[in-house]
Design a protein around this ligand. Structure first.
Ligand code: BGC
Length: 750
């Protein structure tokens, strides 16, 4: 008897046993019963079919190829990605559920990352809102729009902690902090999946990329990650753990290797951590070709070996490459994998399809009238306002008076496609509202000269036109940054200044003596050191999406204020990267008073310990702007920290309170942030770590007391033995408007 037959019989006996036992105890879970029923009758070909994610059909023009239809009819494909033609979606699904042997529905997937048609700010922008409602609304709306095209599975959220702004995919990340990322993770998943997976607008989420993709050395995409266990568990895993708790139905492996093991072949990650520890019961998909890429990684000898490694590691579904399809049978025959392993992998996929209700309701509901719905556009605009970060505002130049005469200059002032940002295959430039469209429709007094035709344009040919418009204005609004293609996958940059001749143009414009408001649209922090003194205000809108224009109008004319705070440390120079606020202290931390700048070293100085602390001689030790930073149109003062006690014991709570007062002249909001430092640990601890945040909105002169609750659990951390605990000792706590706040108190755990 071959392996397969033997296994089928065993499965039958097993299922009968469960059913007969459970009828006397508790009702059998319908989904598990159905999974087992299918597994006992499906052929091996069909099982292998479920493990295949096909990705080529979006390129199909005209009729669907017969070979593809036949493959679906034979049950040889489990899911598709990038099929956007709804007629194909309907036809393929019809074949699957009417003509395939077990009528197992397909799932259609797509990268719906920050909106489908209505495009929201890039995820790094959403992270800057520090607002879980913004994240949830954006993903709910994306799901409503995409599901009407039959897309019920999105490859989002990306939960890779990113500490290096050179990395192009920082645009798609939740930023550098695990606490903030975990909050966003939950919100995104709630939004994508909705309240009920069976709802036709529910789109199952995919927590990606598991894991360490954001730790690419030097910020070069796909690069090696070296992450020790403490760092893995304290920094990189938390948003993924939350994703399981929030019910994410799928995970995606990362392209990179971590500590020598490519993620798509890492059994410790895919089985021990994800399944055994986190109890994940959904399925894991590889990234695009990442199974076969284990060969160039130097981890698999050939395609068969790659399949063997990934299947044994616990990878359920292979994206685009075909090693599972080609080699699973041989691997079974050779005894390199067992049929019960395959059943487990297939069962995980079937379970998700059943939970989604696809067996009863496989077809999409055409709700295309929802696309670009007014309510969606309003939420998208709100998201831009909540995620834009005002970095500089000399003499409160912003907001501008309504009758200010503007010179609008810059390569991104009127670029409908570019302001959508990375991963926006489906956003239609025709619906984008650029700043220029909005200024026109609002009758703003302005003259517009592009100056540079795109963000990388190096030509000064149009500088003189820009200058003449600038000279006749009250204020120059320079809208620049990066085109969409300069960030995102495979688009890392070593120099993250404004590209092209943008700095030169700004310097030229500064000669007019007119105030300059720099509005940056970009997928990453942009180093502004060369022009920071030439501009009066800097407003970071990230790539703001469809509603960038109206939101920018509201912000610069004061109908609303920019409300975002940095989810990443903003460097002065790319040479400082990676740069993050929750770093370790070193044995020689910087002593500001003793910092020695490059130019103050005497010529001919002998080798000495001059400036012998951890810093750069040229650029110092501070970022341009710290994590958590952002201005609004009013000011706040923070009172001293009040603790319910200076000692906390096991099972006790410590309430940390601070009075926040609006000391300015308009209503406004701030994000009150709480950081903690464990002064001495069993392994060294970061200089501070975010442990709470709350948004407060106050009228002028209004004061509110903000309370945070800390417990011993909040202080626990993993060590190199992967133990989660905390030892008694001293802790610092800070509450303020950003990570560099000096508002500190101390308590002890006794
Ligand atoms: C990316 C994934 C994406 C996949 C499918 C890959 O190149 O790394 O994040 O989901 O393509 O488009």
């Amino acid at each position: 008897m071959n392996n397969l037959k033997q296994h089928r019989i065993l499965l039958c006996i097993f299922s009968i046993l469960i059913i007969s036992c459970e009828t006397h105890t508790q009702p059998v879970d319908e989904i598990e019963t159905k999974v087992n029923e299918l597994l006992t009758t499906m052929s091996l070909d069909e099982k292998i079919g479920q493990l295949n994610l096909r990705g080529t059909s979006s390129r199909v023009k005209g009729e669907l190829p017969d070979s593809l239809k036949q493959a679906v009819r034979d049950g040889k494909i489990g899911a598709f990605l990038n099929v956007t033609n709804t007629a194909y979606v309907d036809e393929l699904q019809r074949i699957a559920v009417e003509e395939s042997p077990h009528k197992i529905p397909l799932i259609f997937a797509r990268d719906v990352i920050h909106g489908y048609k209505t495009i929201f700010p890039i995820p790094l922008g959403i992270a800057a809102s520090w607002d879980t409602e913004v994240a949830e609304n954006s993903s709910r709306i994306a799901a409503i729009e995409a599901s009407s095209f039959g897309i019920r599975w999105t490859f989002a959220p990306m939960l890779d902690i990113a500490r290096d702004s050179r990395w192009g995919r920082i645009a798609e990340s939740p930023g550098e902090d695990p606490f903030l990322a975990a909050k966003l993770s939950e919100a995104y998943i709630k939004g994508f999946q909705g309240k009920n997976l069976k709802d036709p607008t529910s789109m199952i989420a995919c927590a990606k990329h598991f894991i360490g993709y954001g730790a690419a050395i030097g910020g070069r995409d796909y690069n090696t990650a070296i992450i020790n266990d403490a760092l893995l568990r304290n920094v990189y895993l938390p948003p993924f753990k939350t994703a399981v708790e929030a019910g994410s139905q799928t995970f995606m492996t990362a392209f990179n290797e971590m500590n020598g093991i490519p993620a798509s072949g890492d059994k410790r990650l895919l089985t021990h951590i994800l399944r055994d520890e986190y109890n994940f019961d959904g399925f894991v998909v590889s990234d695009w070709d990442s199974v076969k890429e284990m060969i160039p990684h130097g981890f698999a000898e050939d395609l068969k070996h790659a399949a063997e490694i990934s299947l044994n590691a616990g990878l359920n579904m292979e994206m685009t490459s075909k090693t599972f399809e080609t080699y699973t049978k041989t691997l079974l025959d050779e005894g390199k994998i067992t049929i019960s392993q395959i059943d487990k992998l297939v069962g995980d996929i079937l379970r998700v399809k059943l939970k989604m209700g696809l067996f009863e309701n496989p077809y999409r509901e055409d709700k295309s009238s929802n696309l670009y719905a007014t309510a969606h556009l309003e939420k998208a605009k709100e998201a831009v306002i909540k995620s834009s970060v005002l970095l500089k505002n000399n003499q409160n130049i912003l907001p501008l008076a309504a009758n200010t005469k503007l010179a609008v200059i810059g390569p991104l002032a009127n670029q409908p496609r570019e302001q959508l940002g990375t991963w926006t295959f489906d956003g239609d430039g025709k619906f984008t509202q650029t700043p220029i469209h909005t200024f026109q429709s609002k009758n703003v007094t302005f003259n517009y000269v592009e100056g540079l035709s795109h963000s990388r344009d190096k030509s000064a040919a149009n500088f003189s036109k820009a200058m003449s418009v600038a000279k006749t204005s009250d204020v120059i609004i320079f809208i620049g940054g990066e085109e969409a293609i300069l960030s995102g996958e495979a688009h890392s940059r070593a120099d993250i200044n404004l590209p092209g001749a943008q700095e030169d143009l700004i310097k030229e414009l500064a000669k007019t003596g007119k105030p300059i408001v720099l509005i940056i649209m970009a997928g990453r922090p942009i180093t502004v050191g060369n022009i920071i003194n030439d501009v009066d205000a800097i407003l970071m809108t990230w790539h703001p999406g469809t509603m960038g224009g109206p939101a920018i109008y509201d912000m610069i004319f004061g109908e609303d204020e920019p409300q975002g705070r940095l989810p990443v440390t903003w460097p002065k120079m790319a040479g400082q990267l990676p740069l993050f606020y929750n770093h370790k202290n070193t044995g020689r931390p910087v002593i500001p008073e003793e910092f020695v700048q490059l130019d103050s070293i005497p010529i001919g100085a002998w080798q000495s310990s001059l400036g012998n602390t951890s810093h750069y001689l040229d650029v110092g030790y501070l970022p341009q702007y710290p994590f958590g930073y952002g201005l609004g149109y009013t000011s706040f003062s923070y009172g001293k920290i009040n603790l319910t006690d200076t000692i906390i014991s096991e099972n006790e709570e410590l309430i940390v309170s601070v009075k926040v007062t609006n000391t300015g002249e308009r209503a406004g909001s701030d994000i009150v942030q709480l950081y903690v430092q464990d002064v001495a640990g069993r392994i060294t601890r970061p200089v501070k770590e975010l442990k709470g945040f709350q948004k407060v909105t106050l009228q002028p002169n209004e004061t509110k007391t903000i309370h945070f609750t800390l417990t011993i659990d909040d202080l626990k951390y993993y060590d190199n033995q992967q133990q989660l605990s905390v030892e008694k000792g001293t802790f610092n706590v800070w509450v303020g408007a950003h990570s560099a706040t000096q508002n500190r108190a101390t308590f002890k755990y006794e």
